[in-house]
Design a protein around this ligand. Structure first.
Ligand SMILES: Cc1ncc(COP(=O)(O)O)c(C=O)c1O
Length: 409
């Protein structure tokens, strides 16, 4: 038997012993969707996370949703009523958000923005987070050609990383942002060229469960902002402090102590010089808001034994949940939380490997996990499926049926 990650708190069995999501047995949602594989995103769980953010973070810190974590339309619509802005990575994401017709602040970050990305951002009043001098030159030129003043911020490649993060994006040479020593010259140039320069974006890493590491990285970010202020003589209207709040996926992972992060951030912001009184501070979060609200449901099609090992072959696979298979940047494959959703209340009775139907042994959703007695027709639930699930998976591989998605209201 191999351990699995912790099932997020609050998932319980319904009266019939099956897993309940949003107060209803999963079979009801599958009926509504018409079939498995199915992603359920529970709106109430997302709202509860947003409420925690509002309670724990300093009141002056705005919350932006990183659309890349989950761009599902109904989920975005729900988010629009909860957050203060959207962080975009492409004009495709911009189109999804624009379809909501809500007037929230938007920013676009990411290397390699094409002229079409920049033009879409300019036309829609998106704050463009510039990743290089070259990108800045193109944004300025396009702005001139379209007679639109570009709204811009400079993304800084910080001289430090978010320690222990699942993904470090700082303290090294990088395609993200400008090395901090080159930032002052670009800011002065943007201001001189008449761009609507808003401030800075510093993103040091993702998926951190360490409050201490986040506190240290946020402090270092604010130190850096003050240094840039001294070097440029300009006060930013806006500082995007990045994010990096993680969720437990694997055995031994413990939830982030976000209250401590909020407290320390409040103290550091209070210590800023007066000139920053009107500066808008932003945290952009994806997985911490939506990750644990998602459950991926896939039905067992076959049960077989090979060399003494039991396999449960499902109608899903890594083409929908690449990260759970261990192939989305993990160095070591470990089990996501997984359960038999049909018999959620039943005690463990067997060890099995849950696989999909792709032509590769990488298509492993649960490796030698402990499950209740499981039969063909049962539904398997993979948790932590709300972020970097379907949109971060190779959905076209083997042309298997697409997964459905439902927002649980
Ligand atoms: C610039 C930027 N913002 C936000 C995010 C969202 O990260 P997470 O979903 O871990 O909060 C990422 C993730 O890669 C990112 O690169």
């Amino acid at each position: 038997m191999k351990a699995m990650g912790p099932i997020p708190a609050g998932y319980e069995a319904s009266e019939d012993g099956s897993l309940a999501v949003g107060g209803r047995p999963v079979a009801r949602w599958i009926e509504e969707a018409g079939r498995t594989p199915l992603f359920l995103y529970d709106r109430e769980r997302i709202a509860a996370k947003v409420a925690i953010f509002r309670e724990e973070m300093p009141a002056r810190v705005k919350l932006h949703y990183a659309v890349k974590a989950n761009p599902h339309g109904a989920l975005l619509e729900a988010m629009a009523g909860m957050v203060d802005g959207f962080d975009l990575a492409s004009r495709g994401e911009l189109a999804r958000v624009a379809a909501l017709s809500v007037a929230l602040p938007l920013s676009m970050a990411g290397p390699g923005k094409s002229d079409a990305d920049l033009e879409a951002a300019l036309r829609d009043g998106v704050t463009i987070h510039l990743e290089s001098e070259g990108e800045a030159a193109r944004a300025l030129a396009l702005g001139k050609a379209l007679d639109i003043t570009p709204i811009v911020a400079v993304r800084v490649n910080p001289p430090f990383a978010l320690k222990g993060a699942g993904m470090k994006m700082g303290g090294l040479s990088s395609q993200f942002g400008l090395d901090s020593d080159r930032v002052p010259a670009l800011v002065k140039h943007l201001v001189a060229q008449g761009a609507d320069w808003r401030g800075y974006h510093v993103y040091a890493g993702s998926q951190s469960l360490s409050a201490d590491a986040l506190i240290e990285s946020q402090r270092a970010t604010l130190d850096l902002i003050e240094e840039l202020g001294a070097a440029t003589g300009e006060v930013p209207m806006e500082v995007n402090l990045g994010g990096g709040f993680g969720i437990p996926y694997f055995p031994g992972d413990v939830p982030l102590d976000s209250a401590s992060v909020g407290k320390a951030l409040g103290e550091r912001l209070d210590a800023l010089p007066k000139v920053y009184t009107d500066t808008r501070f932003i945290l952009e979060l994806g997985r911490w808001l939506v990750g644990e609200a998602g459950v991926y449901l896939t039905r067992v099609i076959d049960r077989k034994v090979s060399h003494g090992r039991t396999f449960l072959v499902t109608d899903g696979g890594l083409q929908h949940m690449l990260a759970a298979s261990g192939n989305f940047g993990q160095l070591l494959r470990r089990n996501y939380p997984i359960a038999n959703a049909t018999r959620f209340a039943a005690a463990a009775a067997m060890e099995a490997s849950v696989v999909g139907r792709l032509c590769t042994p990488l298509d492993l959703l649960g490796d030698e996990v402990e499950l209740p007695h499981t039969e063909v027709g049962d539904v398997i639930a993979l948790f932590c499926a709300g972020a970097y699930g379907l949109s971060a998976s190779p959905a076209g591989f083997l042309s298997q049926p697409e997964a459905k998605e439902l927002l649980v209201p």
